[in-house]
Design a protein around this ligand. Sequence first.
Ligand SMILES: Cc1cc2nc3c(=O)[nH]c(=O)nc-3n(C[C@H](O)[C@H](O)[C@H](O)COP(=O)(O)O)c2cc1C
Length: 412
Amino acid sequence: MGNLVFKKKNIVIGVTGGIACYKVLDLIKGLGNLGANVHVIMTEAATHLVDAKDFEKASGNEVQVNLFHPKVNYVEYIKKNKPIRHISLADVADLFLVCPATANVIGKIANGIADDLLTTSITATIAPVLICPAMNVKMWKNPIVQENVKKLKKLNYHFVEPEYGELACGYRGFGRLANLKKILERMELLLKQRSDFKGKKVLVTAGATIEEIDPVRVITNKSSGKMGVNIAEQAFLRGADVFLLRGHSSVEPNYNIEEEKFSSVADLQDKIKRNLKNFEIVVHSAAVSDFEVNNKKNRKIKSGQELHLELAPTTKIFENIKKIKKDVFLVGFKAEHNIPEKNLIDSAYYILKKANADLVVANDVGKRQRGFDVDTNEVFVVDKNKEVQHIGLADKRVVADRILDIVARKTK
Ligand SMILES: Cc1cc2nc3c(=O)[nH]c(=O)nc-3n(C[C@H](O)[C@H](O)[C@H](O)COP(=O)(O)O)c2cc1C
């Protein structure tokens, strides 16, 4: 990654009282090596877990813990127009990181509580705030914690969600601090956030369609919706007016993104048709069923008997989009399974031509760590001239951002 983005940037890191707080020392050292200026605020609880001196050594700056200085007469101090610590830290930040973030600090931020240096500084900052929760699995699953996270996401706070694995408390589950590389990647994206999509209206489709066999059984596919949701989120952060049409998916969008759910192919087609006139860019990443059930039943089919499904091909939504609105910039996706790179690109170009699309993003879901229901992807972006741009294996959010770089260049 082009890490020049960190050079001379002021990163304020709030370290809270989670067992993972020692891990942040490595992150701080890494940021220092990349040329960032790191200012650490520790909560009082964090000082019980790691010595503030370790953070001082790692960051090269004095660690701040207290909102009030015990020896300062604030009446005199303010008269002299001297800087107040929480305001200067809030103002200096290019990016505010809370890592690890306890259930407690998440609750405080979500409820506007500002009762120590960290939470007061966060309340006062206009810098992007990136929160990296880490806690026991039961704490993470606690509905109050989840409600607070949801609220903060809608208020455009950024999150790197905790991962699944062994937890320090002896449990196994979600709650481990995310991988530091993932946190660093996300920081980089936030620092280089442009507003090059400002005023652009982008329609994104994501997730899987569902075709009913009977009222309880369905045909669907393995799409998680992650790629499309990440595209919607990154476009939103880059200033676009985003509308997300989301089918069956394992993720929900962060941020205050307008969305509508869809179920079947016909439903998605109908929703695209109804909305298309308002959009100039369409990123169609939904995994659309190629078949629908002809002999669908209105009542639950009895088990214990042979059943023959009659499948009919569905309408090709991707091919219909330009027919409905000619001047839309159309991006599609092509997933293939375990085929040579050349065939993958040929296959992407073929559907591009058929749909008269502008770009097709191709990936091989048969390869490890690519495609369905994983957090990473590797793609080839094919354009109308069959020029190909390769985006190497990276987090889907990074891939989404690079795809948008290409869209931005082509829609300038
Ligand atoms: C040894 C120890 C480890 C802890 N680890 C965590 C943790 O990983 N995540 C968490 O949310 N709380 C953890 N806690 C609880 C928090 O420290 C406690 O909620 C505290 O009030 C947090 O304060 P702060 O958010 O101001 O730092 C831990 C407590 C102890 C004693």
